[in-house]
Design a protein around this ligand. Sequence first.
Ligand SMILES: [Zn+2]
Ligand SMILES: [Zn+2]
Length: 135
Amino acid sequence: MPTTIPGQCLCGRITFSAEPASHKMDACHCLQCRKWSGGVLFAVVCSSLQINNESELTAYQSSDWGERLFCRHCGSNLFWRMLDHSIVAVMPQAFDDPSQFKLAAEVFIDEKPGNYSFAGNSKKLTGEEFMGLYD
Ligand SMILES: [Zn+2]
Ligand SMILES: [Zn+2]
């Protein structure tokens, strides 16, 4: 750390390399992330991201500040970023080898439905506590 590591979408049309800011992986239980992923969204904040074949990427602006990016062919959810690109998160399982990332925090724990929960003792933050980190 820090080193740049490669990743790609399911169909392989989009490849990328990113420099993770740490080995930490967060889970987000907010309604938007659950709808977008169809499950639970995991994210790794990265200090740099180089995307190849960016024209194959579709961006969906999901809030006044952020956008979600996915492959327009296979639908793989790949990235979340601030509109100004000041914060970039990569979906960890899109990396070729995601094994280095450990679940560190669960955010928007107050929006987590009751039909699943994770084992372990990750840090848990409400949406308000999480958003407070960026005020
Ligand atoms: Zn793809
Ligand atoms: Zn979320």
